[in-house]
Design a protein around this ligand. Structure first.
Ligand SMILES: [Zn+2]
Length: 54
């Protein structure tokens, strides 16, 4: 099972979307994107609450 998270579903006007079966990698990518693109800190808990299983 893979996890998928997208900025648009999180309410951002942004086309970033990532899908991965590696939860830790996905969390790292999302944190980096949130920090660099949205100047936002996301905790692993935030990310776990925002992704969907695909
Ligand atoms: Zn984004």
């Amino acid at each position: 099972m893979a996890k998928e998270i997208s900025c648009r579903e999180a309410g951002y006007d942004c086309d970033f979307m990532i899908r991965s079966e590696d939860e830790n990698q996905l969390i790292e990518f999302v944190q980096e994107h949130a920090r660099e693109t949205h100047d936002t800190q996301m905790s692993p808990t935030d990310i776990r609450g925002a992704w969907k299983t695909v």
